[in-house]
Design a protein around this ligand. Structure first.
Ligand code: 5GP
Length: 191
């Protein structure tokens, strides 16, 4: 499946700044990246757009797509479903793009089973305290959800061993530069 381009998985706990780092990384046209838009049942956050951040669907729609084999991977995260539409990945790759998936650890495990040479990168925060500050700073979610996301973050940080690279987001530019170097290195390798 990996003939046309790389399949790149980027994970990291909620609030680590994955989105910001990924936006930076994607500014480099030479990396030929295309962002894989996931399907989710969670509510749209302010500023998010259908088809840009996610495809927002009902639980019934999600389950139907999943049961018909339409997802490369999927998970339930803090009460909502998230999944990568297979058609999305096939489309990107048929266009010769390097597909970039921003997904959590269980999804990464499933991707590795199907695409063993996927390039996997985990972004860590400088500390758990810093992560908590960032999640609270977002002020979009109820305390209960914040607590669930923090608990999930601690668990995810124990799973970094399944990733090929671990990058600390202490500084956005630096983290993005490191990830660009990793991707470029893999683009030049003959798989
Ligand atoms: P958020 O609700 O903050 O947008 O996302 C919550 C978590 O779900 C994040 O860790 C994000 O990386 C992950 N996620 C987003 N899309 C997918 C997906 O398609 N599959 C999986 N497994 N996780 C996803």
């Amino acid at each position: 499946m990996n003939k046309n381009g790389l399949l790149i998985v980027i994970s990291g706990p909620s609030g680590v700044g994955k989105g910001t780092v990924i936006k930076e990384v994607m500014k480099d046209p030479e990396l030929n990246l295309s962002y894989s838009v996931s399907m989710t049942t969670r509510e749209k956050r302010e500023g998010e757009q259908e088809g840009v951040n996610y495809y927002y669907v009902s639980r019934e729609q999600f389950e139907k797509t999943r049961d018909e084999g339409g997802l490369l991977e999927w998970t339930e995260f803090v009460g909502n479903y998230y999944g990568t539409p297979l058609s999305e990945i096939e489309r990107l790759r048929s266009e010769g793009k390097n597909a970039l998936l921003e997904i959590e650890v269980e999804g990464c495990r499933q991707v590795k089973e199907k695409v063993p040479d996927a390039l996997t990168i985990f972004i860590v925060p400088p500390s758990l305290k810093e992560l908590e500050n960032r999640i609270r700073g977002r002020r979009t979610e109820a305390e209960e959800i914040v607590q669930q996301r923090l608990a999930k973050a601690s668990k995810e940080l124990e799973m970094t061993g399944q990733y090929r690279y671990v990058v600390c987001n202490d500084d956005i530019q630096l983290a993005a530069d490191i990830i660009r170097v990793i991707i470029r290195h893999h683009m030049e390798r003959d798989f």
